[in-house]
Design a protein around this ligand. Structure first.
Ligand code: GLN
Length: 307
């Protein structure tokens, strides 16, 4: 069949949420950011945005959450547009990684060059390239740029930022320091502060799905080439160690965050945003993975055209 996203209804999303709640149990909330540990692990929200047809939503769609690592593809997109492909990929690789998202050992083994922009090392290196004098102003430029080009209304969650800062993140600090030592960062403190800020850009699943449309559809505002680059890197790197398996089984460019946010792009059809805070061992939303996998199967979604 060649159903596609246009056949999807909110009743079907509600059924999927009910199935996900039975199927996905035993997930964990992260504890290293205290406010994230206070989320309700039972929350599930989905918003699907479509090029053809209205949006479809189900679940706890009023919940607002920090994007955390789901902002990483948009930092990449912004910098590709500002600096161009060559400048960006002189700072960061495009190779997948089989190590956890905050691996220091891998960065050391790679002599300080981040594997890709979707893990912490790569995102911190790119945060160091955002224009602006400090973390707050760099984050604000990115926020405005994204909101102006999409129908999203991202806001900076100040309480979340304080929570991120409340426990020292020695791993991210060590990553930033190594990047500075080898010359990929001028100022590790500002880069890390910028990274922490952009991870705390927040919204609802509707905002996230709207943001996803920047990657899901052609527009005069974003170079198609840059959009493609981001989607291609998401296929191989978006879900950390789970990326290759998901690419094989589902095949949609997808990014997860430690808040339980997840965004999947259905090229030329739309975007699927999920929020459900309980994570698997890799740090991906359990329910998010299940729902996108089901949708891809039931509606024949893929980033490669199907007959
Ligand atoms: N701020 C978080 C961190 O660096 C984001 C990581 C994530 O979402 N996986 O640990």
């Amino acid at each position: 069949s060649s159903l596609g996203l246009s056949a999807l209804t909110s009743d079907q999303l509600n059924t999927l949420i009910a199935q996900a709640k039975v199927k996905c149990q035993g997930g964990q909330l992260p504890t290293y950011i205290p406010l994230l540990a206070q989320a309700n692990p039972g929350w599930v929200a989905i918003q699907v945005q479509r090029i053809k047809g209205e949006g479809v939503a189900a679940g706890d769609i009023r919940c607002s959450f920090p994007l955390m690592s789901v902002i990483k593809p948009f930092v990449l997109l912004f910098l590709l547009e500002q600096l161009g492909t060559e400048a960006v990929f002189s700072q960061v690789g495009m190779e997948p990684s089989d190590q956890p998202f905050n691996s220091l050992a891998q960065l050391q083994a790679d002599r300080g060059k981040p594997r890709n922009p979707m893990i912490n090392s790569g995102a911190i290196a790119l945060a160091g390239r955002l224009p602006g004098k400090d973390g707050a102003s760099r984050c604000e430029s990115l926020r405005q740029w994204l909101n102006q080009r999409s129908h999203s209304q991202l806001v900076l969650d100040e309480a979340m930022l304080q929570s991120v800062r409340s426990l020292p993140n020695e791993r991210n600090q060590a990553i930033a320091n190594l990047l500075a030592t080898v010359g990929y960062l001028d100022c590790p403190e500002i880069a890390l502060d910028t990274y922490n800020h952009v991870c705390c850009l927040s919204g609802t699943v509707t905002d996230l799905a709207n943001l996803g449309m920047l990657l899901g559809q052609d527009s005069s505002m974003i170079s198609p080439q840059h959009r493609r680059t981001v989607n291609d890197i998401l296929i191989t790197c978006g879900l950390y160690q789970a990326s290759s398996r998901f690419a094989t089984e589902v095949g949609l460019p997808t990014k997860s965050g430690v808040s339980g946010a997840m965004l999947s792009i259905v090229p030329s059809q739309g975007a699927i945003a999920c929020y459900s805070p309980a994570l698997d061992e890799t740090g991906n939303s359990q329910v998010g993975l299940f729902i996108v996998q089901q949708l891809a199967q039931d509606f024949n979604l893929s980033s490669t055209p199907h007959p």
